[in-house]
Design a protein around this ligand. Sequence first.
Ligand code: ADP
Length: 244
Amino acid sequence: MDSILQIDNLTVSFDGFKAVNKVNTGIEKGEIRFFIGPNGAGKTTLLDAICGRVKPQSGQVMFFDVDVTRYSEHEIVNIGIGRKFQVPSVFTNMTVYENMELAVVKDRSLYSSMFHSLKKEQIERIEDILVTIGLYEKRFNTPIALSHGEKQWLEIGMLLAQEPKLMLLDEPVAGMGRAETDKTGELLKKIAQDCTIIVVEHDMEFVRDYASKVTVLHEGAILDEGSVYDVQNNQKVIDVYLGR
Ligand code: ADP
């Protein structure tokens, strides 16, 4: 298997406090990797370090064969790593379709001039993604008319429009009911055929159903890593997280 992301000895400190402490892990192509652990374990900070939001004190992040450790957020997006935050940030004064148009035009300063002249392949890409995320029928609605889950899927679609090779998702099913959660899981499975995914998640049922592999963080360090079965039977993981 090819490792597309390699994290070596990564440490991120805030005023001397190590939020991420000597983390080593490799993410294989096509994985749906879950980062789990108690609040304050360092999950979000690890995502922030991968996407260039925070700069590590030491260690390295390799994406394919490129050292992206010191890349800016903008450079990280351009190299093919997309990040979705917990709260959906879609444009509510535009339709679903227009949100997708905006996402597909990578240089947003060109958006107004390109608005009515997207290339054929860009239009096809938008339509394919709308079908994938289940919002094709609602493409002329504004996001105000969408459910919480549908807004999250739109935002995932907007990420997909940028053709990432790796997608970072922060609690994508928070606030969803079971039906929307399962639809999100099926969506992630489809996406993972072309784009590797890392998910920070608390919903253990979701993790059990959809994880290829799980990384358990505790106090900034990796406590365990492996299959869902392995980590949920590890007594240390039960003690600090699952048994609570
Ligand atoms: P998790 O996502 O697992 O809940 P976080 O990565 O958000 O954990 O936080 C890990 C630790 O780092 C926490 O103790 C948090 O308070 C601290 N932390 C996170 N971001 C900052 C920051 N910008 N400044 C200072 N401390 C921070």
